[in-house]
Design a protein around this ligand. Structure first.
Ligand SMILES: Nc1ncnc2c1ncn2[C@@H]1O[C@H](COP(=O)(O)OP(=O)(O)O)[C@@H](O)[C@H]1O
Ligand SMILES: [Mg+2]
Length: 237
């Protein structure tokens, strides 16, 4: 469904991604893990059309989307939950959610989508009329994911949904992401929380300094000593 081939991205003259290739099949939950500064946000922003690729190719459902202008991306079936959530904090939760469904095909299904978001995140039911900025960090992340789901995406891109959240909240968040995937939406998740991300993903890629340095089934990667040492704090002798 998503094919990324030899993707390169720069900030000015400084390279941030070198020849990154990855794919997400229909229905898959794939994660990209790596340390701070590895290029995870750059990767997800290029896939979402928010940052222009310098080289390489992006294809979605067999269509070349590399040069698509960013305002056209939301109609392709890709939705992004950006790092730091980017909610309109002065607007209500309901208004934020409805912003996700402004395109005609999503607008038609707005009430069904809202019901689905509220079944994924029941805590939002009581908060629909509250300003988004008054919610806890975890609830704001639910709104950010909910807003993306309101656009009825085929592929959901998530940039560090666990960032800044308490461990118990992270657990709920990852469970909801797994439910979203189980209900048929393909997911590409980028995370620094390697242990949790690998737990829910089927396949994973490891990104370091702008390059993919390992990939495979998440359960296999978790058994590699170099991954355990670098990302899980496990020393093997
Ligand atoms: N707006 C920007 N301008 C210049 N350099 C940037 C910008 N955003 C990110 N970078 C650099 O690109 C690299 C990758 O950053 P980023 O994609 O944010 O990594 P991650 O999300 O994995 O933490 C880092 O070296 C970072 O300093
Ligand atoms: Mg980032």
């Amino acid at each position: 469904m998503l094919d990324v081939v030899n993707l390169q991205a720069n900030y000015g003259a400084a390279p941030a991604l070198w020849d990154v290739s990855l794919n997400v099949a229909k229905g898959e939950l794939v994660c990209v893990v790596g340390p701070n500064g590895a290029g995870k946000s750059t990767l997800i922003n290029v896939i979402a059309g928010l940052h222009r690729a310098k080289g390489g190719k992006l294809a979605f459902d067999g269509k070349d989307i590399t040069q698509l202008p960013s305002h056209r991306f939301c109609s392709t079936g890709i939705a992004i939950v950006p790092e730091g959530r980017r909610l309109f904090t002065g607007m209500t939760v309901l208004e934020n959610l409805e912003l996700g469904s402004f395109l005609p095909h999503a607008k038609q299904q707005r009430s069904a989508s809202l019901a689905r978001v509220l079944s994924l995140f029941p805590a939002l039911k009581q908060k629909l009329q509250s300003p988004a900025g008054s919610l806890s960090g975890g609830q704001q992340q639910m709104v950010a994911i909910g807003r993306a789901m309101m656009s009825r995406p085929q592929l959901l891109l998530l940039d560090e949904p666990s960032l800044g959240l308490a461990p118990a909240v992270v657990l709920d968040m990852f469970k909801a992401i797994r439910d979203i995937n189980a209900q048929g939406t393909s997911v590409l998740l980028v995370e620094q929380n390697v242990a949790m991300a690998m737990e829910i993903a089927r396949r994973a890629y490891v990104l370091e300094e702008g390059r993919i340095v390992a990939d495979g089934l998440a359960k296999d990667l978790l058994e590699r000593p170099e991954i355990q040492k670098a990302y899980l704090g496990i020393e093997t002798h």
